[in-house]
Design a protein around this ligand. Structure first.
Ligand code: GAR
Length: 210
């Protein structure tokens, strides 16, 4: 069984989706750690209630981003994960964190990357008059929301969509595609190398597998 460490900053619904995927046997993995940069992250309590080891590395204790990242590396490495996933982790990470986990660090982002990196993705998609929206799982590199995409799910905009209504539909598909990407990774089917991201030896297209 693979070991997955999950980093969160808030609610942690993607983290719960991973717990459920493991419990239901859809993902042959153990969640070895749920860590947050915020002590009040609701997801921490949910993970602890599920019996998962939790930790908090409070970013306010570290004036320098690099010092925070180094502390986070130590925290995560203690649990010896095979895969580290960012699940609503809202701190920008520097190479101090990214490099030690390079090739085994995934993120999910609530837009059709490369559209709308950063924040307020749902509102930006609505304001742009886009006809569709979605979510992207990607490998993490030092470029913010810019690492090679793995898996992308799209859905149509609906008349009258608000940022909240769109977010509610997107989060539901996040809960499906993120554990799937993790499963591919732990099966050894998904790898990142200097040429990019590969699934079953085939180069993944620039916007990810749809
Ligand atoms: C998710 O929609 C995730 O894609 C997004 O935050 C939400 C976290 O929800 N992540 C980002 O915006 C990363 N830049 P959750 O805490 O319920 O999983």
């Amino acid at each position: 069984r693979g070991r997955i460490a999950i980093l969160i900053s808030g609610r942690g619904s993607n983290m719960v989706a991973f717990l459920e995927a493991c419990e239901q046997g859809r993902l042959a993995a153990d969640i070895c750690l749920v860590a947050s940069n915020r002590p009040d992250a609701a997801g921490l309590a949910r993970a602890a209630a599920a019996g998962v080891p939790t930790a908090c590395v409070d970013h306010r204790d570290y004036p320098e981003r690099e010092a925070f990242d180094a502390a986070l590396v130590r925290c995560v490495q203690q649990q010896e994960p095979d895969l580290v996933i960012l699940a609503g982790f809202m701190r920008i990470l520097t190479p101090v964190f990214i490099t030690p986990f390079s090739g085994r660090l995934l993120n999910i982002h609530p837009s059709l990357l490369p559209k709308y990196p950063g924040l307020h993705t749902h509102q930006r998609a609505i304001d742009a008059g886009d006809s569709e929206a979605g979510a992207t799982v990607h490998f993490v590199t030092p470029e913010l929301d810019g690492g090679p995409p793995v898996l992308q799910a799209r859905l149509p905009m609906l008349p009258g969509d608000t940022a909240d209504s769109l977010a509610a539909r997107i989060i539901a598909i996040e809960h499906v595609i993120y554990p799937l990407a993790a499963r591919w990774f732990l099966q050894g089917r998904l790898i990142l190398n200097k040429q990019g991201a590969f699934l079953d030896g085939q180069k993944i297209p620039p916007s990810g597998i749809e």
